[in-house]
Design a protein around this ligand. Structure first.
Ligand code: SF4
Length: 228
C-alpha cells in the first residue's frame, strides 16, 4: 500500500474538490499551445465544442475509465469523451454489452445515453495537435484528473486506456512509475484503489489487431468484477 497516496491526491486536487475543478475546467487556457489549437479549430469548425472536455457518466461511479485526450473530430467536436469518432465505438459498445451504458452508441450530448456505475474522462482535457500532448501539458492538466480520482470511494476501480493515462493515474496517487509498468491486462493495487490497464481503443490499435474486441471486453469485464 502506498502510504499517503490518497491524501496526496486530495491535497493536489484542492480542498474544494471535483465541483470546483469542474467549474474551473470550462474556461481553462493554462496550456498556451492547446488553447491556441482550440481557437484555430474553432475558426475552421464553428460548430465544434473546442473547449476542455469534462468527464461523462455516473457521478457515483466506482469504475472510472481514463483515456488520453479528446479527439479532434470526436470529443473536441461533441464535448463528450470518446464521442463522435472511431475511438468511442468499441468503448461504448463494450460498456453497453456489460450493462454499464443504456445504448451501444454515443452520438452527441443530448442523445439520451446514460452510464450507470461508470464514468469516463481523459488525462488531458483539451485536444492536442497530432493527438500528442507534451509532458508539460499532461502535468498542467493533472489537477483536474486528480480531483476526479480523489473523490472516488475506497475500493474503486480505475481503468487506464494506454500508457499515458496509466502514468497520469500513478502520478495522481504519487506512486513511482517504475513500480507499476503499463501492460495490457495488467492489474495494479494503488493504495485503496485498483488500476487496470488496457491498450487504448484507438482506430490504429483496433485496425492493426493490437487490441481486439475480445481482448477489450475481457479486460473491462475483469475490472468490473472488482467493483464493490
Ligand atoms: S489541457 Fe487541461 S490544463 Fe491545459 S488548457 Fe486544457 S483544461 Fe487547461
Amino acid at each position: 500500500m502506498i502510504k499517503g497516496a490518497r491524501q496526496y491526491a486530495v491535497a493536489e486536487a484542492g480542498a474544494k474538490g471535483r465541483a470546483a475543478a469542474a467549474a474551473a475546467l470550462s474556461g481553462c487556457r493554462q496550456c498556451p499551445r492547446l488553447a491556441a489549437f482550440r481557437d484555430e479549430i474553432k475558426g475552421r469548425h464553428p460548430d465544434y465544442h473546442c473547449r476542455p472536455v469534462p468527464a461523462f457518466g455516473d457521478e457515483e461511479a466506482r469504475l472510472i475509465i481514463v483515456g488520453l485526450a479528446p479527439g479532434l473530430h470526436g470529443a473536441n467536436a461533441t464535448g463528450r469523451p470518446f464521442t463522435g469518432d472511431y475511438a468511442g465505438i468499441l468503448l461504448y459498445e463494450t460498456l453497453h454489452r456489460l450493462g454499464l451504458a443504456s445504448k451501444a452508441q454515443s452520438v452527441a450530448i443530448g442523445d439520451g445515453l446514460v452510464l450507470a456505475g461508470c464514468r469516463i474522462t481523459n488525462a488531458v482535457k483539451c485536444v492536442p495537435p497530432a493527438n500528442r500532448p507534451t509532458a508539460d501539458e499532461i502535468r498542467t492538466c493533472a489537477p483536474y484528473l486528480n480531483a476526479e480520482l480523489a473523490e472516488l470511494p475506497d475500493g474503486s476501480v480505475i481503468m487506464a486506456l494506454g500508457r499515458i493515462a496509466h502514468e497520469a493515474v500513478l502520478r495522481a496517487f504519487a506512486v513511482p512509475l517504475a513500480r507499476h509498468k503499463f501492460a495490457h491486462g495488467a492489474r495494479h493495487v494503488i493504495g485503496r484503489q485498483v488500476l487496470w490497464d488496457s491498450y487504448h481503443c484507438s482506430r490504429y490499435n483496433t485496425q492493426t489487431k493490437r487490441l481486439t474486441e475480445e481482448m477489450f471486453v475481457a479486460v473491462v469485464r475483469a475490472a468490473l468484477r472488482e467493483v464493490p
